[in-house]
Design a protein around this ligand. Sequence first.
Ligand code: NA7
Length: 540
Amino acid sequence: AAPDQIHQLDALVVGTGFGGIHMLYKLRKELGLDAVAIDKAGGVGGTWYWNRYPGALSDSESFVYQYSFDRELYEQNPWKTKYVTQPEILEYLNGVVDRYGLRDHIRLETGMTEAEFDENSGTWIVRTDRDLVFRCRFLVTAVGLLSATNLPDIPGIEGFRGRVVHTGAWPTDLDLAGKRVGVIGNGSTGGQVTTAIAPVVGHLTSFQRTPQYSVPAGNRELTAEERRSHRENFETNWEQVRNSNVAMGFEESTVPAFSVSAEERERIFQRAWDEGGGFRFMFETFSDIATDPAANEEAAAFIRRKIAEIVEDPEVRRKLTPTGVYAHRPLCDSGFYDTFNRPNVSLVNVKENPIARMAEDGIVTEDGVVHELDVLVCATGFDAVDGNYKRVAIRGRDGELLKDSWADGPTSYLGVATTGFPNMFMILGPNGPFTNLPPSIEAQVDWIGETVQHVRDTGASWIDVKPDTEAAWTETCADIANQTLFPKAASWIFGANVPGKKRTVMFYLGGLKGYRALLAEESSSGYPGFVISADELAPV
Ligand code: NA7
């Protein structure tokens, strides 16, 4: 584009999910900057725009699955159930955008394709898939850590006469009633979609590679008393959330599993099972489920006993029963195991009997059976954390591509900035906290806002992470992860779900409280982990 077609801005935000919306609010309403947000989607909402599959639900409890930056917004939110569904969350986010008058500053159906840092001017030039080019001092990427879809590579899939859909790009016109539907995957998404559609479809075939541990979600209406308490205890509740590890709105246990008797242990697991919630089951019961193999096995064995009680057919039960460590992202469901007692549901374990190819009329497994399908639903997850960064060309200092800089695995400092890419801030970048996400997003947005203000106040043109700082942070994240059992399970938390993706640490598992303290220390001590362009020029 000719220079006169370039839109000059103080800041550009890429993405309009929970992170992007809050960042745009911060930049415009609190810092008074000229900021715009773009999104490749046709509406705002990020994750909650794309994941419209039946059964899509946040399994963070609704009283903590929202913003806390405006108490009035919080108090006016009408959510009445313990968990909220995709349409409710999407409506909420649209309401936030309208409430603060942000819609005029959002360009939809506009995807970032390239971004390049110009060191002389200390600005970013951002190109899009439209005729829109931006030049801005600050670039904030809020592109989602679970949004770049991962599709299975099935030979012959293009010859399938039916329809193939990914849960993370769900079409609005798809009617599954009476259809023969295959679902590949049984993570959070697969569990939800399978449970929701089984009563509606003609026949459902679930293709599972790794059986999962799941506990009941326990969704229900909140009582009037609970809702009143959430409003009235706004400050104490959010203080608790911000000073916890997983930010889910409960106190994490400090009691080791073997410090109580076997009967007491059983009682505590049963109480958690009855209450519901995957994170509660893993972190509210005992302090060492995620770290001590023997404690972990106690929790796993409890869930296996429940599966044995629920699932009637012995062969189906065997296939549904996990044997490994309980260290994926903890799941919960609304009747997942029960679904396999239905006469219209069948289960194929694709580790024992892999998918060989796709025929015109369905999936052919290695035993030669054709599983006839009208629709194939891929609940196969995401190229998590860095997926969206690798799909565009982001060039930092000296023209280096971000995906090359991350060739050995994505890194950052505090999940918000990465060396060589000055003035670029990430929301939920690699090696950020592993928590219920809105509270971590708010911590990052606050910090990014403060840092942008700092750079402006000092008159500097850019700020960049020191390479040593970033290397040390990667090491910290790896050290903490290695003290847990999570690396022992092959999941997206470590990049293990995408073929060919390097397995590496992608989260800070030290908890939100510690994370927030580190962010605060960095800014209050004058950004020792960063180089600020003026610093370099200062006489020694
Ligand atoms: P997940 O948790 O990555 O689950 C993906 C599922 O798809 C999982 O069961 C995978 O089996 C399965 N999968 C992936 N690729 C294949 C192939 N090629 N063949 C067979 N099965 C496959 O994604 P979700 O969308 O459920 O959830 C992601 C996060 O989003 C979730 O944790 C929430 O935080 C929100 P595997 O276990 O790898 O053997």
